[in-house]
Design a protein around this ligand. Structure first.
Ligand SMILES: NC(=O)c1ccc[n+]([C@@H]2O[C@H](COP(=O)([O-])OP(=O)(O)OC[C@H]3O[C@@H](n4cnc5c(N)ncnc54)[C@H](OP(=O)(O)O)[C@@H]3O)[C@@H](O)[C@H]2O)c1
Length: 332
């Protein structure tokens, strides 16, 4: 089958079209004929080598954490979804940039009335967005939320979800002044430039600060996030986009100021609480299909454009969600 992978870690140009064997579904898995694959920042990290060296068939790794498509075969013991069902799937072990992928049934859900292209950007992004807001962030109705990397896939999903969960105000930060104009389109009350967000957040909240800060950036941004917390506020750390050295929160500072730092990692949830991912995925697919949850449809690009797509994500030039069309788009 056709896939897009890399055999050495490096820049976007290491990604190439390859031929690899169609994977076989193991016990409790299904084989999916992939229609679309979502693009996530984690796949940039995978390609760069942050998850280790490639070790797949032929020495290649095939990235891709989320797909939509049609169930083509069932592994031993798997009974649903049936062959022919249109589904979305989270793939913690990667492999989504390919014509076929295998997925554990825990992480596969029918797309219902949601178009397949839209559904491809849901299985990793939405469980993460629900997870950082609820499981880690403990969002309460009426609270104020601040979302860093606000225009990215997870950020822009979290903004809309926060609203449906009763957040009263949703602010975000972005890397450039031009992106602040996306606030309305992405569902924010306002977007601030990240370099100067502290004063902007305090001003917008009449000095009270935010109850919940979602932070995939790290370093000085994470430290500043603690400083803009309202009493009993939480910073949820869930990424290190800025590639800053890690730092240790001063526990005395936390309890003296009624602040909390929480962490979230979907890979750990997949291993230790897989049902949580299935629940969030079902909830997201049905809320998006019914319109209860709004979202901007993803940009659909041919899979052959993967190098340019990775370049855009790595440079922070993306906004919203991009999905790769695997069916009917051949490179060359
Ligand atoms: N822990 C978990 O379980 C989990 C799960 C999913 C995703 N994540 C993390 O969530 C983050 C966002 O993922 P995503 O897939 O939503 O990303 P994405 O769609 O590629 O968007 C990333 C956005 O981050 C912003 N950004 C901030 N600092 C950046 C930097 N130094 N380099 C590049 N972009 C930067 C960029 O816009 P601006 O600079 O304009 O803000 C960019 O638009 C990543 O760190 C990812 O690893 C974590």
């Amino acid at each position: 089958m056709r896939a897009y992978g890399f055999k050495s870690n490096g820049g976007p140009e290491v990604l190439e079209e390859i031929q690899v064997p169609v994977p076989r579904p193991g016990p409790g898995q299904v084989l999916i004929e992939v229609a679309y694959a979502g693009v996530n920042f984690a796949e940039v990290q995978h390609r760069r080598g942050e998850f280790g060296e490639p070790a797949g068939p032929g020495g290649y790794d095939v990235p891709g954490l989320e797909v939509s498509g049609t169930v083509a075969a069932l592994g031993a013991g798997a009974t649903a979804p049936a062959v022919g069902a249109q589904v979305a799937a989270y793939l913690p072990a990667f492999g989504g940039y390919a014509e076929f992928a295998v997925a554990d049934t825990d992480f596969v859900r029918p797309v219902g009335r949601l178009p397949l292209a839209h559904a491809a950007g849901v299985p990793c992004v939405y469980p993460t967005a629900y997870g950082v807001l609820t499981d880690a962030g403990r969002l309460h109705r009426g609270e104020t939320v601040l979302i860093h990397a606000a225009a990215g896939g997870v950020g822009s999903a979290a903004a809309r979800i926060a609203r449906t969960l009763g957040a009263s105000r949703v602010f975000g930060t972005v890397g450039s002044e031009t992106k602040t104009q996306l606030a309305e389109e992405l569902g924010y009350d306002a977007l601030f430039v990240r370099d100067a967000f502290e004063d902007a957040v305090l001003e917008a909240t009449e000095g009270r600060g935010a109850d919940l800060v979602l932070d995939p950036v790290g370093g000085p941004v994470r430290q500043a996030g603690l400083r803009v917390l309202a009493p009993f506020g939480r910073v949820v750390a869930y990424g290190d986009l800025g590639r800053h050295a890690d730092w240790t929160a001063d526990v005395r500072e936390l309890w003296k100021n009624n602040r909390t730092v929480a962490g979230y990692n979907i890979g750990d949830v997949a291993r230790r609480s897989p049902a949580t991912i299935g629940e969030h995925l079902s909830r997201a697919l049905s809320a998006l299909a019914s319109g209860a949850l709004a979202s901007v449809p993803p940009a659909v690009v041919p899979a052959a454009d993967i190098v340019e797509v990775h370049r855009r994500h790595e440079a922070g030039r993306s906004h919203g969600k991009t999905v790769l069309a695997l069916a009917g788009h051949r490179a060359g």
